[in-house]
Design a protein around this ligand. Structure first.
Ligand SMILES: Nc1nc2c(c(=O)[nH]1)N=C([C@H](O)[C@H](O)COP(=O)(O)OP(=O)(O)OP(=O)(O)O)CN2
Length: 165
């Protein structure tokens, strides 16, 4: 009888400090601010006759690497209907929102493939970049992956890949 397990990873290093603003409409956004985000990942799959799903080490390192890449940056949404981004000759950014023009140095910015910089979009982008083409999931016989991104204690959004159970 096949037995599945879920391994949950929520290590101290699975965190990043970053700035953003949420856009609520074509005319309403938050002021720039930041959070100490944390990430939780749960991987589910069948336990082999050797008593393990797979070595979760590589996936854990991928999560920590992504958290480090997202630490001390300012997120801008690259797919917002309400915010237009332009890069100047120096590679720096101008963001246009509701008649405002915001300027950012390239070194300070991470443009996300997201419609908004929200918990739900951060969880999705994080998860999609972990899953990639699915090869690591197949290698590790992972059938379901859940990513939670929290903006602080008690507040998070989730993203899921694969089939539960
Ligand atoms: N659906 C969503 N709604 C909102 C999001 C989001 O990501 N998805 N985010 C925000 C703001 O970014 C805001 O900063 C987060 O809300 P807030 O509760 O103010 O954040 P704090 O971490 O400061 O929590 P406190 O309760 O104020 O301590 C709003 N809406």
């Amino acid at each position: 009888m096949a037995r599945t397990t879920t391994i949950e990873l929520h290590k101290e290093e699975m965190k990043f400090s970053a700035g953003h603003f949420t856009i609520f409409s074509a005319t309403h956004r938050e002021n720039l601010h930041g959070h100490n985000f944390t990430v939780y990942v749960a991987l589910t799959g069948e336990v082999s006759e050797d008593g393990l799903l797979a070595d979760y080490g590589p996936l854990k390192q991928s999560v920590i690497t992504r958290c480090k890449a997202w630490n001390e940056t300012f997120f801008l949404p690259g797919r917002s209907r309400h915010l237009r981004l332009e890069k100047d000759a120096q590679g720096n950014y101008k963001a246009y929102f509701n008649g405002e023009e915001l300027h950012f140095l390239a070194r300070d910015v991470t443009v996300l493939p997201a419609a908004n910089v929200t918990l739900e979009e951060l969880a999705r982008v994080f998860g999609e970049e972990l899953v990639g083409d699915g090869a690591a999931m197949a290698r590790d016989r992972i059938t379901h992956l859940l990513v939670k991104c929290a903006s602080g204690p008690g507040q998070w959004a989730t993203w899921e890949w694969g089939q539960r159970g």
